[in-house]
Design a protein around this ligand. Structure first.
Ligand SMILES: Cc1ncc(COP(=O)(O)O)c(C=O)c1O
Length: 410
């Protein structure tokens, strides 16, 4: 198979393909892994050079000339995509840290002693919950009834009661791309006085999200995947009323109203997104994050979603014809941007390695299968190529080249 990939369909038929030139990697690979790491926009080179030039020529003056506010300036750009008002979104290095900051806002000595989660939770969120919640807090996990494709939302709603303090759950499951009916969950939580923290890492940038319409308490997500923003860019939205009330214990001088007074006293917290910040931010990551966020805003999430629904449906149809097991929801309204396939349960991991060796980039998740994640820059042609390659790998046995060991590196 050629290592030269092109969008065979014309830009007239699919105007979003015009964006391919902005992403150098797309001419060299069949890139179907945007659920893991979105392709790098060409403009990241310019932004990182600008970062180096600023540091080199402006030195410490850079803080006053943009670096100090950069975190929330980038947060506002994400806010515009997810329906958050300006000044409500802060940036953090990863979800583990952002989730820890939120958990540090709560008091666990009160009568509410239950936290409701679901079994599709991303492991680092679970580890942080286990690590930070006192032992007397019941961690109530709602299990999937279908091997992890979905989680029963009605069971989550049932589990949320007057004892519930927090509901930290996924918006879209990372293994299957199942979209939870979070509106119903938020309504129940609020009716009984519980707080919802949504992990929208597999939602923002690929399905429309409106945090204001949802009336969600807190919303986390990142730019690494569907926003093509690279590592080190996770966002934390807090509903405006929380900007005046909650007090993160994981904090720092960036959150103080008078950081340059260097007061060693009770922290006087700001009443905007800075309230959730702590120490010096990861400025180079923010420079790299920005071009992808700008592109997603320009392309428009509604356009992305329309194409994504078409392409995930096409993948499912092709996989069905080939007789592969499909571990993602069939209903497009319940399915995010990924299609998870189990072409042969005994060797799906090995097939994924052979696809990568053939320059078709995908990943594999245990208890799920091979994840194929087209984004707005992929052509339909690339989906046909991927499914044809899986059929070929099964037929010619080339997956056996990878049978020696399971490294799980992506
Ligand atoms: C749902 C979800 N949450 C969180 C993360 C990443 O967490 P962190 O930023 O701590 O690496 C991922 C990464 O794949 C994810 O899929």
């Amino acid at each position: 198979m050629s290592s030269e990939y092109s969008a065979a369909a014309s830009v007239t038929a699919d105007p979003l393909l015009a964006w391919r030139d902005e992403f150098p990697l797309l001419s060299q690979t069949n890139y179907l892994i945007s659920n893991s790491l979105g392709a790098m926009p060409r403009r990241v080179y310019d932004n990182l050079r600008q970062y180096a030039d600023t540091w080199a020529t402006r030195g410490v003056r850079a803080w006053g000339e943009g670096w100090w506010d950069m975190n929330v300036r980038i947060g506002d750009k994400i806010g515009a995509i997810i329906g958050a008002p300006p000044g409500t979104v802060s940036m953090h290095p990863n979800i583990s840290i952002a989730q820890s900051i939120l958990l540090s806002c709560f008091d666990y000595d009160g009568p509410r002693n239950k936290v409701v989660i679901e079994s599709g939770i991303f492991p680092s969120v679970y580890y942080v919950l286990r690590g930070m919640l006192p032992r007397h807090i019941e961690l109530h996990m709602v299990e999937s009834q279908d091997g992890g494709i979905t989680v029963p939302v009605e069971r989550i709603i049932e589990a949320i009661d007057e004892r519930t303090l927090l509901v930290p759950i996924s918006h879209v499951l990372f293994r299957s791309a199942y979209i939870l009916d979070v509106q119903a969950i938020i309504e129940k939580a609020h009716a009984v006085g519980a707080t919802v923290i949504l992990d929208g890492y597999h939602a923002a940038g690929i399905i429309p999200v409106d945090v204001t319409a949802l009336n969600v308490d807190f919303y986390l997500g990142g730019v690494l995947k569907w926003m093509c923003g690279g590592p080190g860019g996770v966002f934390l939205y807090a509903r405006p009323d929380y900007l005046k009330t909650v007090r993160p214990k994981i904090t720092g001088w960036m959150a103080h109203k008078r950081p340059f007074a260097f007061e060693v006293d009770e922290i006087d917290l700001r009443e905007d997104a800075f309230r959730f910040l702590n120490g010096t931010p990861t400025i180079p990551a923010l420079y790299a994050n920005e071009p992808g966020i700008d592109i997603i805003a320009q392309v428009g999430v509604d356009n992305i979603r329309r194409k994504s629904m078409h392409q995930t449906a096409l993948l499912i149809a092709l996989a069905e014809q080939a007789g592969f097991k499909i571990n993602s929801p069939r209903d497009p309204a319940q399915r995010g941007g990924t299609v998870t396939l189990e072409p042969d349960p005994t060797c799906s991991y090995e097939i994924s390695r052979e696809l990568i060796a053939r320059n078709i980039l995908v990943d594999y998740r245990p208890q799920a299968g091979i994840r194929l994640s087209p984004h707005f820059y992929n052509s339909d042609e690339e989906l046909y190529q991927a499914v044809d390659a899986i059929k070929e790998i099964l037929a010619d046995g080339s997956w056996q080249h990878h049978a020696a060991g399971r490294a799980f590196v992506t």
